[in-house]
Structures are given as C-alpha cells and as structure tokens.
Design a protein around this ligand. Structure first.
Ligand code: B3K
Ligand code: ZN
Length: 872
C-alpha cells in the first residue's frame, strides 16, 4: 500500500453539487444508480484549457453502465482502474450517471453497504462510500444528497436515509420505495441508509427557538423495551448543546438505528445516526451502570457531531481530530455535568494514561494531526480522540470558559457548511481570545508524551517558594527531536494543615521553555505542592514526593482529582517496590504508610461514594505495565494481588460496613447517586470475597438476589475472578445460570464472554478457545470478537503472556484469519503484539516471530501498516 502525506493535499478537480441515488435492494444483487451534478474546480482550471480527467473512487463495484449528460459512454470512453473510474469531462459542468451492482450480503468488512441480522445498513466513514458507488470519496467534496430506496415490502417495511422523507409509493412484486432528501450539503462519509423490519420508539424535543423535532430510535422488535435511556440521553444532550454551546438541531427529525454488527461504537450520519446495539440499548435487567453511562456519553457524542463534524466538517482525514478531539471534549464535559465531574475526569485520565500513553510509546505513535498514513482506518486512535480532546481541554483552560465560547461561536459561524482544518479551529480560538497559540500548535504536530520533572526550593527569609520545571519528549517514529511544548500546569500549594495557601487556591503556570522556574511570593511556610491539578495537561509529571506527602495529599488536597492521583501514586510506589521482591523470591511487603492512608480513608465518613470508590480501585495491570520497562507480567500481577489481599484482610470490618451502608432499597435507577453507591458497594464486595469464604457467600447471595444487571454482573465477576477455593463451584454454577437466563440477549452475552476472557486463573487460553467453539460465540460479530479475543489479549496479561508464546500464536492465528473478512477489526485486535518492545528479550522475540508470521501472508492495507511499522 502507498503512504499518503498531508503535505500533498490538493483540493479536488471537481465538485459534486448534487448527488441523487437510487438504491434497489435485493437478496442477491443490489443496484445503485448515482446521478452526480459535477462542476470543475475553477481554482484548478482556466477556460480554454483542457479539462482535467474526472477520477472517481470505487471498490468492489460492478459497473453496468455510465451516462454523461444522458448519453451512454462507450467502452473506450472510460477506464476502470485499481482505484476506480476515470472519464474525460465533456464540459465544465455536466451530469454523470452510473449504475453499479453490489452484493451487501457478502460484505463482511462491515464497511459500505452490508447486512446485519437481515437488515441492510451502511458505514461510510472514512472511505466506505466508494463501496456503494463511484464517487469523489473525500470529505472536502460536499454535496446535497437525495436517496430513493426500494425493497421488498414485507422484509423491509422500514426504509431510511438522511434528512427528510419526501415521498413514498408501492411497486410491483410486493416492493415499495421511499424517497429521502437531505438539504444540508455533506461529504459522502456522512451518508447512511437502513432497510429492515424494525420497530421504533418516538419522542419529541422542542428547540429553544421553538421548533419541534421528532426523535426516533429504531431497533429489531425484541429490543423495543431497551430504548428509553438512549432517548432520554439524547434529549439531555440536545438541551446541553443549546445551553453550553448555543447550538440548536437543524432538521425536523433525528433518527437513531441500533445494529448488532458494527465495527465501532456509533456513527454520526446526518439525521440518521447508526449505533452498535451495545452502545444504545439498555434496560435495568440487562445493562450495567457502566453501559448506561457509556450510552449516555456516546449518544451525546454522536449528537454533538451534528455541529462539530457535520455542519463544519474536515477538509481531509489528517484533520480527523478537528471533529473527534473537539467532540470528545464536548461529550466529556456533558458527562461531567450530568454525573460526578471528578469521577468522569478520573476515568478519562486513567484511559489516557493506560492506553494513549502506550500508543504514544509504541510503533504506531503519531501526532494528534498525523502527517502520513497508509490506511486511515488505523488512525481512529486514542491519540486522535482522547489526546485530541486533552488538547482542546488545554485551549479551554488557557482561554477560560468565556473566551473559549466566543472562539467556538466564531468557528461555527465562520465555517458553517465548510470542510476545514485544525488550523482554522485554532485560529478562531486565537482571534476570539487575543491569546497567541503559536507554540501551542506543537501539540498537534509532535507525537509522544512529554515528561515534566519538577523540583522546588523555599527561602523562609523572603517567603519565596520556587518551582523548577524541566520538560522533554521522547523520540517517536519519524520525529527524533522535539521542541518544547506550551504546557498549562495547574498548581496548588498546601500548608501543614492541608489548606490551600494560594489566594485563588490554584494558579495556572504556563511552561514554554525546556527549563523554567516559577516563583510564588509571600508563602508563609514550606508548602507541599499539588501539581497538575485536574490533569491540566497530558504529560508524565514527576516530583520527588515522600510517601508521607502523598498520603497527606490523598487526605487533604482540595482538588478531588489530585486526591485520587496521590492515592494512585502511593499504590504505584508500593507496587513497584514489590516487583523486585517478587523477582528475587522474597516475601512481598506492603509499606505501612499506605496501610495508614487507607485506614484514614476508610474510617472517614463517606461524603462522596463515587470518589471513594475510585480510590479503592488499585492501579490496573495495564497501567502498571505502561509505566514499567521491561514489563514483568507475573511480578506485576502478583504484587497487585498481594496488595489487594492485604487490604482485604486488614480492613475486612470497614469493607463490611461500606457494603452494608451502601445498600439501596427499591427499584433500580440509573441515576448518578445510585450508581455511585452501587459502585462503592461492589468494590467493597470484591475485597470481602478476597478476604473470607463468608465474603464469597455474600457475592453468591448478591448474585441471586440482584434486581439489576450491575449488581448481578459484579457479583458474578467477583466469583469468577476470586482465587478462593470456595468460589470455584459457585462461579461455575452462576456462569451457567447467567448463560441460561440471558443467552438470547447479545449484549449480556458479551459481558458473559468478557468476564471469562479476563479471568487470570490457570488455563485461560484453553478456556477462551473452548468459548470460541461455544454457540454463544460468533466470529462474524465484532462485539463478540472484542469481548472474547480482545479482552483476553489486552486485559488478561497472565493468560496472554503465558505458555511460551502460546497466547501470541493464538492471536496471530486469529488475526490472519480475520483479516480476510474484516481488516479493520483484525488490525485493531493485533495491538497487544505491537507492544513487543516493552517486554523482556525472550517474550519480545516470541512476539516478533508471530508478527513476522502474520507478515508472510497477503495482508489488507490496514493490517500491513500496523504489522510492518511494528517490525521496523
Ligand atoms: N466517526 C465515527 C467513527 C467512524 C470510524 C470509521 N472507521 C464515530 C465517532 O467518532 O463518532
Ligand atoms: Zn466521533
């Protein structure tokens, strides 16, 4: 495959003002007729000169005919190439009609038009539209679409596309048609079509200017009882975008469709969002709190794209973070406003530190705005999404909420209906605020996670406290040396009583130099610094705290995020001291400071259950791996287990109280308060089951008595993951019971697969292989692949790395086979093998051998790019 470079960007030679599609759906061959109103790009052509050739992209299409201004093209008047269809334009404006055959029922890539459980649906971002018809399949070509769908009336009573339904009728042979028109010009990646035997729930939203919008959620009839939460979330998101960004919805109807086979979470097609069922359907009996919250966030994310992505779209795919980073920032703030702000921040930062930092340190590291790619599907990454959101968050912090809002208003107004760049976004922010972001732009250009090292000094005579900062950034592929970043660091200073010493409690320090010292005057005593409050920049910051200082921050910092961070850092330290003990074969010891800090935490009255729960969750093995070099898999696991067991034993009475005090009466409610109590209760349950057989029995009781999926599933997971002998038989019978009760519900079965895939007890690989042969597994469904194979390889470190490379061989086998059917998923699933350089030599070699074995096969561009870069 070839490499595409940002520096080679060139506007298209033609524009497509109108796109009229006729899609004739059949069980065998479907037909797509496309009529395009083309107009030469005047910037590339002067009258009198020959017109440039029109090169349309197309893939897996069978061309049946092409007509220019109504006249059929002869065989010598067009060329079919590897990329698509080339014709000579007759004039500066003309109409091209093409007719193609496609076979959606055989499309296993889930890109373009395909079938899921008997319904037709589409996924066009980034380059799937070219699998539907010949087109200028690039985001800077924006067109007004209409779409007439025809299909069998019995099998496909519901026919949907973007915009408004404008007409419908019946045809011979039991067929019918519906005509849709979308008045807003859009790139092809936002096109969508759905045909199926679907039911829907309907609601309304009145915009602040008084327009009534119809809201509909379509799904297969069996799921109709699982739609309310998504609709409620949608209404909250619509209101929030009006209040916080002044953005109103623009069509008269907004539709969501739930689809079981989907490569990603969801897709923001104009007026017709398509969702992975697991990211939209929920009921108390079948969905956990975590999935209720994820649904709220994703529904909001896709809705917010209507402005940040659809009304203002991307010029080219290098600008992907323009819409994704900004929209993730928007949905994170929405979730923070709807739930606990601190907990949302903690969850997002945990993900960033675990997975995005690992990406930044791996062979696929790239800037938030990449400057080259082979396959764009590989760049829907944590860097583009989550780090991109952190970059927007830093702009928000540097400008302040008001100037940021002026900036977003300017951006939306100035670029409405355009396909623009990250630069356009940053410039709007600069112009609206008067703040110079020249150096800040490096966040978009340079890959890698910056390191910030901090030391301090205090002069008691003058009352001057000084912080000395130095920053650097490790080399990443193609970028050896980096220039200093503009890094906002929120700093607080605590006195000996734990009170903030600074007048406004927090001061924003702006680092711009490689080395920089900042002074604080009139500081009455030597303070304990609270650094990077709220995680004000996506960096790795280090300051040489004593254990006692971390315990002090954990108890006293006024910044909730930093209280959590101090507890994590203290745990990390203790765990990192245990790793060499494990390797030397000496007993693992837990430091007393940590025990005391937990004692204080657990004996204090519970003011914020959600925040307390985050502190009871020990740093994940994946995070511990990210900060280790080389990664000692067994030692990390043993250390973490030992620490958890120590806490379980030491604080059994406290956990018992927490468990009893967090019980909820009455019907399940997915409210923030109830979710917080349930999460705290279930964290306590985990420790209780570690600590005693009575705790195991408690988990079993909870499993049986639960009136909601959160409590039931957490109890099941506790039993499955518990190392105590008394848990074995109970885990087995509950897993069976769970399966018997929920086997017809795909979302619940995903949970069932994932809890087993993540179980680290001996024989994990064999259990996963056995599950692949189980009727519950379906290798054609990405959710099932992710819940079983994905979870095993990325979350079951002991299982994946054990058996002399057996786990690596297993993953390579799966990826090789999957690449034939679904390259996007294959290329994502292979990720754990690409982290080979983190591991000791023997494992590294075993991982490399498997990557090399994959590489001997004929690969999709997706997998080729990831594997070749990992082997470099
Ligand atoms: N924009 C889609 C992602 C499409 C991925 C294509 N490979 C979902 C989202 O970010 O909202
Ligand atoms: Zn998005």
């Amino acid at each position: 495959p070839r490499t595409i470079y940002l520096k080679d960007y060139r506007a298209p030679d033609y524009w497509i003002d109108r796109t009229d599609l006729k899609v004739d759906l059949h069980e065998g061959q479907s037909r797509v007729e496309a009529t395009l109103s083309l107009r030469v790009n005047e910037a590339h052509w002067t009258p009198g000169q020959p017109l440039p050739p029109l090169e349309l992209q197309g893939s897996e299409l069978v061309l049946e005919g092409a007509w220019v201004d109504g006249v059929a093209l002869g065989a010598d008047e067009y060329q079919l190439t590897e990329q698509g269809l080339v014709i000579q334009a007759p004039s500066a404006r003309f109409e091209l009609r093409t007719r193609c055959r496609i076979e959606p029922q055989n499309n296993t890539s889930l890109e373009g038009l395909y079938k899921s459980n008997g319904m037709f649906c589409t996924q066009c971002e980034a380059e799937g539209f070219r699998k539907i018809t010949y087109y200028l399949d690039r985001p800077d070509v924006m067109s007004v679409f209409s779409c007439r769908i025809s299909a069998d009336q019995i099998r496909y009573p519901v026919l949907l596309s973007n915009g408004n339904e404008i007409d419908r009728g019946v045809l011979e042979e039991g067929r019918h048609w519906v005509q849709w028109h979308d008045p807003f010009p859009k790139p092809a990646y936002l096109f969508a079509l759905v045909a199926g035997d679907l039911q829907h729930v309907s609601d309304q939203f009145v915009t602040r200017s008084g327009r009534t919008v119809t809201l509909q959620l379509y799904t297969e009839p069996r799921n109709i009882g699982k739609c309310d939460h998504a609709i409620d979330s949608l209404k909250r998101a619509m209101r929030w975008d009006e209040e916080v960004y002044g953005r109103e919805y623009d069509l008269d109807i907004f539709m969501i469709v739930a689809v079981d086979h989907f490569n990603m979470g969801a897709m923001e097609n104009k007026g017709l969002n398509i969702f992975n069922s697991s990211c939209v359907l929920a009921s108390a009996d079948t969905a956990t709190d975590a999935s209720f919250q994820r649904i709220e966030a994703i529904v909001a994310h896709e809705y917010f794209h209507n402005w940040s992505g659809n009304r203002v779209t991307c010029r080219d795919w290098f600008q992907l973070s323009l819409k994704e980073g900004f929209t993730v920032f928007r949905d994170a703030e929405f979730s923070a406003d709807m739930n606990s702000r601190a907990v949302k921040r903690i969850e997002d930062v945990s993900l960033l530190r675990t997975a995005q930092f690992a990406e930044d340190a791996g062979p696929m590291a790239h800037p938030v705005r990449p400057d080259s790619y082979m396959e764009i599907s590989n760049f829907y990454t944590l860097t583009v999404y989550e780090k991109g959101a952190e970059v927007v968050r830093m702009i928000h912090r540097l400008l302040g909420a008001e100037a940021f809002r002026r900036g977003s208003d300017l951006y939306f107004e100035r670029h409405d209906g355009q396909a623009v760049t990250v630069e356009d976004f940053v410039r709007a922010m600069e112009e609206a605020s008067g703040i110079d972001l020249t150096q800040f732009r490096r966040w978009y250009e340079q890959a890698g996670t910056p390191r910030v090292t901090v030391s301090d000094s205090y002069d008691s005579a003058s009352g001057r406290y000084s912080l000395h900062f130095s920053q650097s950034c490790p080399a990443t592929p193609g970028q050896v040396s980096k220039l200093p970043f503009h890094i906002p660091i929120a700093v607080g200073l605590l006195d000996a009583e734990g009170h903030d010493l600074l007048p406004d409690s927090t001061r924003l320090v702006e680092l711009t130099e490689a080395q920089q010292t900042v002074h604080f005057e009139a500081i009455s005593e030597r303070p304990v610094p609270s650094l990077l409050r709220g995680f004000s920049a996506p960096v790795k910051l280090s300051y040489d705290y004593s254990d006692a200082q971390l315990a002090f921050l954990m108890a006293n910092d006024s910044d909730a995020f930093n209280r959590w961070d101090a507890s994590q850092q203290l745990c990390v330290r203790v765990l990192q001291r245990m790793v060499p003990q494990y390797l030397e074969g000496t007993p693992l010891k837990v430091d007393g400071v940590l025990t005391e800090a937990f004692s204080a935490l657990l004996r204090a009255p519970v003011s914020d259950p959600a925040a307390l729960e985050t502190m009871l969750v020990l740093p994940a093995e994946a995070y511990l791996a990210e900060i280790s070099e080389p990664v000692e898999v067994e030692a990390i696991h043993a250390a973490r287990e030992a620490l958890a067991n120590h806490l379980a034993e030491r604080f059994a009475p406290e956990f018992e109280h927490l468990y009893r005090d967090s019980q909820l009466e009455g019907a399940y409610q997915p409210t923030a308060e109830h979710m917080a109590l349930r999460s705290l209760k279930n964290a306590a349950l985990g420790y209780l089951a570690r600590g005693s057989d009575a705790g195991v029995e408690l988990a079993h009781q909870q499993y049986r008595a639960a009136n909601n999926m959160t409590d039931r599933f957490r109890a099941l997971a506790t039993l499955v993951h518990c190392e105590r002998g008394s848990a074995r038989a109970l885990a087995k019978s509950c897993l069976q019971d769970f399966y018997d009760n929920f086997k017809n519900d795909p979302q619940v079965i995903e949970l069932w697969l994932s809890v087993q895939a993540s179980c680290q007890r001996d024989g994990a690989l064999e259990r996963v292989q056995a599950l692949m042969a189980h009727e519950a597994f379906d290798a054609g469904n990405p959710n099932k692949l992710r819940s079983l194979i994905g979870v095993f390889c990325s979350q079951n470190s002991i299982g994946f790395h054990s058996g002399e490379g057996a786990g690596y061989r297993f993953l390579a086998d799966q990826v090789i086979e999957l690449d034939q059917r679904n390259p996007q998923i294959a290329s994502r699933l292979v990720t754990p093998l690409t982290r080979l350089r983190k591991y000791p030599a023997a494992r590294q070699q075993q991982m490399r051998e498997q990557l090399q074995r994959i590489f001997t096969h004929s690969l999709s561009p997706d997998l080729y790019e990831v594997v070749s870069k990992s082997l470099q």
